[in-house]
Design a protein around this ligand. Structure first.
Ligand code: SAH
Length: 557
């Protein structure tokens, strides 16, 4: 997750720069009007910015008073395990305070920043201070199977107890935990399916390597059974090795898939992948498991399969880019898309990647180019505005992979959803799509006009609200008029029509008009149109107007 460094006045720029140097990829954001130069971006509303960063799980380093940050994130605090790290740093760099997110890395972040600034981090948690570790957060490669017991275990140790180590937990030597072979608290490492110790913690090393040579549709079942029969806990799986030339298995619960050298058998593949000291734990048709003595870094083995992800950017603003989409973009090597959409990707992400901007019309070529690039091992994000599955690139990609080219079978394919234009526009005016609705593209590029009209007619006959995409283009300025004339035959002149143009982008325009006063000139190619049903109505509260399609539909209406 990209950390954000918030700078409120130019006095903090120097400190921000020094922090950025030790947080690769971090983004500096200045308060608009005060700090606009020397930062990656600006923000206006600090509360909204901090809250949206926090919700997205991004680490926040604020060069400001701790109280400011506390007040802003306070209302959002509830789920301890998911809290993003929040740190306050004095503008002059003399004080570093981790405020929230001890379990998600705030202390480590504070230590790293403090070291760079030549000061001490104000870490206050007693376990962390005394023992140099938060037990429920072991180092990379390990997980704690019973984190809820960590508080009690830490309290026991703080109260004078000692810990007995069972199995290999080499990282304990870098802590100051009291260890004693006779200790009453147990700290155990195990890959086996077993319950945590009565008084203690169970740590799971990610030290199991699987090799799969089974066909992809059988792979998940075969792997699951192998783990079960070997009695190995699935959280210990570090990676799935697939000999190059074999087809990829479906993604296995987020475990990385790595391509390794061609091998005669799964057992041979797994042993050479798992490295020295590994033992073969299980072998069956199409699958083998090996256990290494310590956690295995998946990146150190073989190479990643190439990947093509069609990523929905939402309508435009960064707040509407999902954390998943952001992570996918950050993990990509290449970004492909229509030039306008490539530019919608935050500049800080674009900076480190190869961008291939293309014309809007060459969708199939673009999808093929993405697959070809990924077949060489690259991780390609094809960007779409809104949701990529709605009149966009996901369908183009499916069309292309239906007739695969050689080399494509080792490419991972994923679709990352986004907020679609109709949802964004609807949200601005209340609930115009609160009940059943039909979504229709008015573009006749890929379907006959007669089909468009028939579908609109069907939606009208069943009294559904409608969302119209692609209402106009230069090549077909007349068709919106034709569609709306059809609408006017079935719906009264007072039916609310919502026009959202450039929703979420600079120059956004929202209008609500009566069907009777609608004119095609009100829309352009960047407009989404929402047409109400017979039940849709307008309402006012204070000075604001809303549009409401009720959830209840009267009998016989
Ligand atoms: N995949 C996109 C739709 C692509 S089709 C999505 O899910 O939103 C292109 C059409 O989408 C445009 O003609 C327009 O009707 C609509 N559109 C896309 N972005 C928009 C925005 N920010 N505001 C209003 N309409 C938008």
């Amino acid at each position: 997750m990209t950390p954000a460094i918030l700078v409120l006045s130019t006095g903090g720029l120097d400190t921000a720069g020094r922090i950025r140097d030790v947080l690769p990829g971090a983004e500096t954001l200045g308060l608009a009007g005060r700090v606009e130069e020397g930062v990656d971006g600006t923000f206006r509303d600090m509360t909204a910015t901090v809250q949206s960063l926090f919700r997205a799980g991004r680490p926040i380093v604020g060069l400001c008073a701790a109280g400011i940050l506390i007040r802003m994130v306070g209302p959002l605090l509830n789920a301890k395990r998911q809290e993003a790290p929040v740190l306050a740093v004095a503008e002059d760099g003399e004080v570093v305070v981790p405020l929230i997110g001890g379990l998600t890395g705030a202390n480590e972040l504070a230590e790293r920043i403090a070291e760079a600034l030549g000061v001490r981090a104000a870490v206050t948690g007693s376990g962390a201070r005394r023992f140099g570790i938060i037990l429920e957060r072991p180092p990379t490669g390990w997980t704690c199977a019973n984190p809820d017991d960590a508080k009690r275990v830490t309290a026991d140790l703080l109260a004078g107890g000692a810990a007995r180590v069972e199995g290999e937990l080499p990282w304990l030597s870098a802590t100051s935990l009291p260890l004693d072979p006779e200790g009453s608290v147990v700290l155990r490492s195990s890959v086996l399916r077993e319950a945590p110790p009565e008084r203690g913690l169970l740590f799971r090393p990610r030290s199991v390597v699987a090799a799969v040579t089974a066909p992809p549709e059988k792979a998940a079942g075969i792997l699951g059974r192998a783990l079960e029969e070997a009695g190995i806990d699935p959280t210990c799986l570090a990676l799935v090795a697939v000999p190059a030339g074999n087809a990829l298995p479906a993604e296995e619960g987020g475990v990385p898939v790595r391509l390794v050298d061609e091998a005669a058998s799964a057992a041979e593949a797994v042993l050479s992948a798992a490295g020295q000291g590994a033992v073969l734990a299980h072998e069956a048709e199409g699958v083998a498991l090996a256990v290494a003595p310590l956690p295995v870094d998946p990146l150190s083995i073989g190479r990643a399969p190439g990947r093509v992800a069609v990523v929905g950017l939402g309508p435009g603003p960064a707040e509407w880019l999902t954390p998943e989409a952001r992570a996918e973009l950050e993990g990509s090597t290449d970004i492909i898309g229509y030039a306008t959409y490539v530019e919608m990707v935050p500049a800080a992400i674009r900076a480190g990647r190869t961008c291939h901007a293309s014309d809007n019309r060459v969708e199939l070529d673009r999808a093929r180019a993405a697959m070809d690039l990924a077949a060489t091992g690259r991780r390609v994000a094809i960007v779409s505005s809104g949701d990529p599955g709605i009149f966009a690139m996901a369908a183009a990609l499916m069309e292309v992979i239906e007739t695969p080219e050689p080399g494509w079978e080792t490419v991972e394919v994923a679709v990352v959803p986004g907020i679609s234009a109709m949802q964004a526009a609807a949200s601005r005016v209340g609930a115009p799509l609160g009940h059943d609705f039909a979504v229709i593209s008015l573009s006749d590029n890929l379907k006959p006009r007669s089909v468009i009209l028939r579908r609109i007619e069907a939606a009208l006959e069943t009294d559904m609200a409608m969302a119209f995409y692609n209402p106009v283009s230069r090549a077909r300025p007349w068709q919106l008029g034709e569609a709306m004339e059809l609408v006017a035959h079935h719906r009264g002149p007072d039916t609310p029509v919502v026009l959202g143009s450039d929703v979420g982008r600079p120059g956004e325009r929202m209008r609500v008009v009566r069907l009777g006063e609608f004119e095609p000139g009100m829309a352009d190619s960047r407009t989404v149109i929402l047409v109400g049903s017979s039940q849709t109505r307008r309402l006012r509260l204070g000075g604001r107007e809303f549009v409401h399609t009720p959830r209840r539909y009267p009998e016989g209406a």
